[in-house]
Design a protein around this ligand. Structure first.
Ligand SMILES: Cc1cc2nc3c(=O)[nH]c(=O)nc-3n(C[C@H](O)[C@H](O)[C@H](O)COP(=O)(O)OP(=O)(O)OC[C@H]3O[C@@H](n4cnc5c(N)ncnc54)[C@H](O)[C@@H]3O)c2cc1C
Length: 406
């Protein structure tokens, strides 16, 4: 018996990115959409591991606009029947050197050009917004009042519900095992629950995006890099309305979570893995908390937040977000395999980027003249050039290690 409906578009992966893509396409009028998710629940894999910060000030106007679009989508979802746990509490980006103050000015200029409200504020104002923080060493602070945080899986659930209301079908517990090609173009998928014909597949399989691309005969450098944060025990003053923060010199970010401090960061020597080393039905290597790295985050942060010194921990968050060698998303249809579309390579901002990635996907697939920016994100940049896995891993690791690089 055939248990899956044929559909015009099939999205592989029900994480933040796949569901954000489904939401954007459905809002743009594409109704014949089926999302296939291997797990029994949406947002259970990398999405559920995210710290949930959403920061809009970025170096380029396009990237600011993309993040702004995500925030618009989160607001839209808040008015829906199953709202996400989204808190628009603002964020502080704290510079500890003159060089970083220059960076704040550049971020502000890009934000101004994109129409995003930001302010360079004083230490006193920063401490008023985040009373637990000692900002006496801060040389500059950029305040973005519309940044915020979310509980990542709630965003996936909210997308799924809103998609369902627009007629999108979501098949959980359905693992794609083969992409069916006819005369070189996508014709359907075979899964553990049967086959379905389609005109387009959209690969949003996170740490399995490499494997899904291989099923279509494409080799894409989508490289999982380990990322971690910890959450302390409850601390007086860490209320949900406290702003998020980023301290680029210390390569740290954080927010309030479950009454404590969530502190994450980017270590200078990353741990990455080769996606060819685990099968499509497997998972990246299991992770244990790395206290050498997490302890380093704690040591460099305690001067700024003395109340966190020696505080016990309630939990560690960890996972394998994917990185690309050039640090850019991979979005759009492949010229090599018509009907094969990418939505991935999120470089650890796939949840906060999900709304904007959806919009770029709509532009790339439905608009007659996608912008140069959107075209530059095409998977063809990796399928029509030569590269090696060794170099791709080095480059992707570098993107991670210099996440807050100037
Ligand atoms: C510790 C940590 C902190 C982070 N902090 C943030 C943050 O603050 N802000 C932010 O924006 N991002 C953050 N990220 C990154 C973010 O989690 C990812 O960018 C995002 O979740 C990627 O979403 P996704 O939908 O691409 O992947 P996933 O959530 O992994 O979804 C992919 C889905 O595809 C499914 N799938 C795989 N193979 C198949 C198959 N064959 N058939 C069917 N389904 C399949 C999987 O089951 C999975 O559900 C963080 C990540 C980590 C690990």
């Amino acid at each position: 018996m055939k248990s899956l409906p044929d559909s015009e578009h099939i999205i592989i992966g029900g994480g933040a990115v796949g569901l954000g893509a489904a939401y954007a396409l459905a809002r743009a009028g594409v109704k014949d959409l089926l999302v296939l998710e291997a797990e029994e629940e949406v947002g259970r894999v990398t999405t559920s591991q995210g710290a949930g910060l959403c920061g809009q000030p970025r170096e380029s106007v396009e990237r600011v606009r993309l993040a702004m679009h995500s925030v618009r989508v989160f607001r839209e979802l808040q008015a829906s029947t199953v709202p996400p746990d989204w808190h628009e509490v603002g964020s502080l980006r704290i510079a500890l050197s003159d060089r970083r103050v220059e960076e704040l000015r550049r971020l502000k200029a890009a934000s101004d050009a994109a129409g995003l409200e930001t302010h360079l504020i004083s230490r006193q104002e920063g401490e008023r917004l985040f009373p637990l923080m000692d900002l006496s060493k801060a040389k500059g602070i950029l305040w973005c009042p519309t940044d915020g945080w979310m509980t990542p899986q709630s965003v996936a659930q909210s997308y799924a519900h809103a998609c369902g209301e627009m007629g999108v079908r979501i098949a959980r517990g359905t693992r794609v095992e083969e992409i069916l090609l006819r005369e070189g173009r996508v014709a359907g998928v075979r899964t553990n629950r049967g086959q379905a014909a389609c005109r387009q597949v959209i690969n949003a399989a996170g740490a399995h995006a490499y494997h899904i691309a291989r099923l279509a005969g494409l080799e894409l450098p989508i490289i999982p890099v380990r990322h971690e944060y910890y959450i302390t025990l409850a601390m007086e003053g860490m209320t949900p309305s406290i702003p998020c923060f980023r301290i680029p010199e210390l390569t740290l970010y954080g927010r309030a979570r479950d009454g404590g401090l969530l502190l994450g960061g980017w270590e200078p020597r990353s741990v990455h893995t080769d996606p060819r080393g685990y099968p499509i039905e497997g998972t990246p290597p299991a992770l244990e908390p790395d206290w050498r790295v997490l302890g380093g985050f704690e040591a460099s942060f305690e001067e700024l937040l003395p109340a966190s010194r020696g505080k016990g921990k309630q939990r560690v968050g960890k996972g394998w977000p994917t990185f690309t060698p050039d640090g850019r998303f991979i979005i759009g249809e492949s010229r090599r395999v018509p009907g094969f579309v990418m939505a991935g390579g999120c470089n650890a901002h796939g949840i906060s980027g999900s709304g904007g990635i959806g919009r770029l996907l709509v532009e790339s697939l439905l608009e007659p003249h996608p912008s140069d920016y959107v075209q530059s994100l095409s998977p063809d940049r990796f399928t029509e050039t030569s590269w090696t896995w060794e170099q791709a891993r080095v480059d992707a690791a570098h993107v991670y290690e210099t996440y807050y690089g100037v």
